[in-house]
Design a protein around this ligand. Structure first.
Ligand SMILES: NC(=O)c1ccc[n+]([C@@H]2O[C@H](COP(=O)([O-])OP(=O)(O)OC[C@H]3O[C@@H](n4cnc5c(N)ncnc54)[C@H](OP(=O)(O)O)[C@@H]3O)[C@@H](O)[C@H]2O)c1
Length: 171
């Protein structure tokens, strides 16, 4: 079981957190809104509640983020990060605090993969879209959570949820 740091996972990735908790992982979630963090904690079954902790934090405030990372009740071995651009300063701070972290970065369809992968040791999961018959649509929250969960447990360096090709058929 891993000790996981999850950032930006109270919205479309809440289902992913629930799946990881159900698998027995211990997780700390960071996001700004305490009531959304509380709603996520409330959605965890009682028997597993002790494995989820939450900490309100705006990741744009790097000083506060560093303090929160310093005060974590465990040293994370893995992380799932959905961080809006510019994400690099946030991810750099996390990597510098936990150099051997297995960091899975969630990115949107339009992000440039070669640019993101660079020389960084992060894994990437890219959110695409779905083509149903002749029509395309964006992924549902359930599909995003399930796809990011699958990418995390697979250990794959580079994953796609849905498809990103043909790009001109995106919704
Ligand atoms: N297919 C695609 O390419 C793709 C990509 C991205 C999104 N989408 C869609 O777009 C919709 C909206 O995306 P969204 O980003 O709003 O997703 P979301 O997952 O619903 O919300 C963003 C998450 O990041 C946290 N967050 C945001 N800013 C933060 C900050 N400064 N510090 C700490 N935590 C922060 C939010 O919590 P707090 O607000 O409490 O901080 C929340 O947990 C989604 O519903 C999804 O369906 C599609």
């Amino acid at each position: 079981m891993a000790d996981l740091l999850c950032i930006g996972t109270t919205g479309m990735l809440a289902g992913c957190v629930r799946s990881l908790i159900a698998d027995g992982h211990r997780i700390v979630c960071l996001a700004r809104n305490p009531s959304r963090l509380e709603a996520l904690a409330d959605s965890i079954p009682d028997a597993a509640k002790s494995r989820l902790s939450t900490s309100p934090c705006d990741y744009r405030d790097l000083t506060h983020l560093a303090e929160v990372l310093d005060a974590l009740r465990f040293e994370p071995t893995a992380a799932i990060c959905w961080v809006h651009s510019p994400a690099e300063p946030v991810l750099e701070l996390i990597r510098s605090g936990f150099p051997s972290l297995d960091l899975l970065r969630v990115v949107g369809s339009s992000s440039s993969i070669p640019e993101i992968l660079g020389d960084t040791p992060s894994r990437i999961v890219r959110l695409g879209f779905v083509i149903d018959d002749d029509r395309s649509r964006w992924l549902s929250h359930e599909e995003i959570s399930a796809g990011v969960y699958k990418a995390f447990v697979s250990g794959a360096k580079d994953s796609i949820v849905g498809t990103i090709e043909p790009w001109d058929q995106r919704p």
